[in-house]
Design a protein around this ligand. Structure first.
Ligand SMILES: O=C(O)Cc1cc(O)ccc1O
Ligand SMILES: [Fe+2]
Length: 450
């Protein structure tokens, strides 16, 4: 598929734009005029405010939404722990899960599909830094599911924003804000607290998730690139309000809180939002719409030119998490070693492959649904096969990554690998370093003395 062939048809309607103040009504007149919380909201709805930032966050960071719903969210039983001895995505909660901080370059074979579990039980923390209780850091998950969530179940994470990178299948996500269909080559962000239910219209699904425990994703600055380029704001799609009326069934609200799973009962659907307005909402983005910028003279630029979304630390320009992609693109640079350089980075780099082949690893070990981790200051770069090819290639214009989509979660934090990621998943490749780089031969030729 050429990179400019944009997928359009979709079962649902969307509101377009990034970080916009949207409003949406499933029934005309359901949004109150002017006031957010009038004495009697239209049609007997309850007004409920969902805050995605502190009330007093600066205006340019402030994120909130007003929901007008049949019943407010608080009408439920106490939360009870569920699967408490097995379900743990908080690395700080010992002794269930250990976290290994190791400098080794790691690569994983493709993770298996798992048809026995639903979305909620499909999440495996593979690596992470920080802790959701301190609202700092991030978690990286692999998910693989084959079952719909139960008909009367909804899930939310109190721990952070989910950036979902779908690798296989289709996710039909019913959210409090409306429906989102996530298809191959699309990503989806579900901010902290938003309830949703995932069904799988095309069978098993698999992919990667970055859970951001602090802040929210933003579009990167464009600097001298100008006012368009990379991921354009208009291509981000939020759902339109869509509700169901059900005040007779028993619903289970599942919640991930400090890495543990809890469940509460309620006698009404959580998907009863008739209208909403605000700038805190779930959204999706088709990676095929990314406008890729690159070198048209010489040298290989930094991969920051491929940043789709960024979550900044308190130090501007330094990201807690950058979501970077390597889309199909033309390489034209002259007198240049075109793949990435060998390098060591103060940032950690976790990579995955949605489909195709990544141009820096042509030796065959980096496969779709697999992953790699090059932690803080761990040397890496093209494998020996790629180095050999690229240093002898004829430098005519060449399209790389046709039909491919690799991505990177880059973080200023040192990430630890969980016991599951290092051992239990049984996917870590033994000979990664050896096959990729230890086989490189010295090419040095001392110049002859004059
Ligand atoms: O290591 C990697 O494969 C990711 C990467 C790609 C690139 O083009 C430049 C730097 C970098 O870390
Ligand atoms: Fe790198």
């Amino acid at each position: 598929m050429p990179s400019t062939q944009f997928a359009r048809e979709d079962a649902y309607r969307y509101l377009n734009g990034f970080n916009c103040y949207h409003e949406s009504e499933a029934i005309e007149g359901a949004l109150p005029l002017g006031a957010n919380s009038p004495q009697k909201p239209p049609y007997g709805l309850y007004a409920e405010k969902l805050s995605g930032t502190a009330f007093t966050a600066p205006r340019h960071e402030n994120q909130q939404t007003w929901l007008y719903r049949i019943l407010p969210s608080c009408g439920h039983s106490n939360f009870e722990p569920r699967e408490s001895s097995t379900y743990n995505t908080n690395p700080e909660n010992k002794p269930y899960e250990k976290i290994h901080h190791i400098p080794n370059q790691l690569r994983w074979d493709p993770f298996d599909l798992d048809e026995t579990v639903d979305w909620v039980h499909s999440l495996h923390l593979v690596a992470g830094a920080g802790n959701p209780t301190m609202k700092s850091g991030l978690g990286i998950y692999i998910f693989a599911a084959g079952k719909d969530m139960d008909a009367h179940e909804a899930f939310y994470s109190a721990d952070g924003d989910f950036l979902i990178v779908l690798q296989h299948g289709v996710l039909d996500i019913q959210t409090e804000f409306g429906h989102i269909l996530v298809r191959p080559n699309e990503i989806c962000v579900i901010p902290r607290g938003i309830k949703y239910r995932v069904t799988l219209p095309d069978g098993p699904v698999r992919g990667y998730i970055l859970e951001l425990y602090q802040g929210h994703f933003q579009l990167p600055e464009l600097g001298p690139i100008g006012s368009n380029g990379l991921a354009n704001a208009r291509d981000f799609q939020a759902p339109v309000a869509s509700f169901e009326e059900d005040t007779s069934s028993e619903w289970h609200i599942l919640c991930k809180f400090a890495g543990h799973l809890f469940s509460a009962r309620q006698q009404h659907t959580p998907f009863d939002v008739v209208a909403w307005h605000g700038n805190y909402y779930p959204y999706k983005y088709d990676l095929g719409r990314f406008n890729t910028i690159g070198s048209i003279s010489y040298d290989h630029p930094d991969p920051s030119i491929f940043t789709v979304l960024t979550a900044q630390s308190d130090h501007p320009g330094t990201a807690v998490a950058d979501f970077v992609i390597f889309p199909p693109r033309w390489l034209v640079a002259e007198d240049t070693f075109r793949p990435p350089w060998y390098h060591r980075n103060t940032m950690s780099e976790f990579m995955g492959l949605i489909h195709g082949q990544y141009d820096a690893k042509t030796g065959g070990g980096f496969q779709p649904a697999g992953a790699s981790l090059h932690n803080v200051m761990s040397g890496h770069g093209p494998d020996a096969t790629t180095h050999e090819k690229a240093s002898n290639a004829e430098l005519k214009p060449a399209k790389v990554g046709e039909g491919s989509m690799a991505f990177m979660f880059e973080s200023c934090l040192m990430v630890g690998v969980t016991d599951w990621g290092l051992k239990k998943c049984k996917k870590v490749q033994e000979g990664y370093n050896k096959e990729s780089w230890e086989v490189l031969k010295p090419r040095f030729q001392r110049p002859e003395k004059k």
